[in-house]
Design a protein around this ligand. Structure first.
Ligand SMILES: Nc1ncnc2c1ncn2[C@@H]1O[C@H](COP(=O)(O)OP(=O)(O)O)[C@@H](O)[C@H]1O
Ligand SMILES: [Mg+2]
Ligand SMILES: [Zn+2]
Length: 283
């Protein structure tokens, strides 16, 4: 076979060979020191390459699945809302439909939020689906954006800080604070559900402020109205939420479960509920 000169320093030659499986073949090989180098069956070569690529894809898929499992397990989403999505949320009226859309958009454009900031305030009556939608946002952010989300409350944050004070604690106060400022998305639920101590509120404000400085979005959830919430946690903390594309969403309709639409947890009719239990079932 006559070697061809294809570049200044590389010659190739057409080599004939035979594969047990694929029969006779011809391949072009570079000529090294006067001889064609490393001829093998092109079909077998391609199969090997595909197998390697497949393995790599499977490895990546596995790594992605492992990462998602890790994200989900450390997010502290309440068990009741695990795996909740926007599809599980049925808007009960136009306002609810708009709010659902706003939450979906917020989740879809989460990468923008990480660039520009912008939090959310979900406030209003109990049972209207604030926690539900916030968890749907967190689940989306973890599944679709592979971002770190953490669900907490003012009480839980302060409990974690207090636990760091003991000499037996394996985390310093600073590490605990960082565990709340580091996640890409922090959801603080139940704001104002209990009378917070001044220390608790200062701590929450510090965390909200630090996240704002780091351009890490935060979602605040409260049963208080917007103005009561601002009084409670501070005007400044609430203002931080708007900046860079945030919004306040007021859930102003009756409880989903009270409205009789809550198929998830069928509730007894009011006449069957003992007086003292009425709030329990309503809440
Ligand atoms: N529009 C809705 N569609 C489907 N489920 C809803 C809706 N609103 C509320 N729920 C359900 O009702 C229950 C109470 O909602 P939740 O998110 O805890 O309310 P909130 O946090 O506003 O008090 C949850 O089980 C939630 O899934
Ligand atoms: Mg809630
Ligand atoms: Zn072959």
């Amino acid at each position: 076979m006559k070697p061809q000169r294809v570049a200044d320093d590389v010659e190739v030659a057409l080599v004939e060979g035979h594969c047990e499986e694929h029969g006779d073949y011809q391949v072009e090989r570079p000529v090294v020191m006067g001889r064609p180098w490393g001829a093998s069956c092109p079909e077998c070569d391609q199969r090997r390459q595909e197998a390697v690529a497949q393995q790599k894809r499977e490895g990546l898929e596995r790594a992605k699945a492992d990462r998602l499992a890790e994200l989900l397990s450390q997010a502290n989403i309440p068990k009741r809302f695990e795996g909740f999505t926007f599809d599980d949320y049925e808007p009960v009226n136009d306002k609810a439909a708009k709010i659902k859309q706003a939450c979906q958009r917020y989740a879809d454009r989460f990468e923008d939020r990480l660039q520009m900031g912008g939090g959310l305030v979900l406030c209003g009556i109990t049972g209207t689906g604030k926690t539900h939608l916030a968890c749907a946002i967190a689940n989306h952010v973890m599944k679709e954006h592979r971002r770190v989300a953490l669900f907490t409350s003012v009480v839980k944050m302060s409990r974690a800080i207090k636990a760091s004070y003991g000499s037996k604690s394996d985390r310093t106060e600073e590490q605990v604070i960082r565990s709340f400022t580091d996640p890409d998305l922090l959801i603080v639920d139940e704001i104002g559900a209990q009378r917070g101590t001044e220390t608790e509120l200062l701590l929450a404000q510090e965390i909200i402020d630090e996240r704002y400085q780091q351009v890490r979005p935060t979602i605040l959830i409260s049963n208080l109205s917007e103005s009561r919430l601002a009084e409670y946690i501070g005007e400044r903390a609430v203002d931080r939420m708007y900046e860079g594309g945030g919004a306040i969403l007021a859930f102003e309709w009756e409880s989903y479960r009270r409205s009789g639409k809550g198929r998830r947890f069928p509730q007894p009719g009011p006449q069957l509920v003992p007086n003292g239990m009425r709030d329990f079932y309503a809440g």
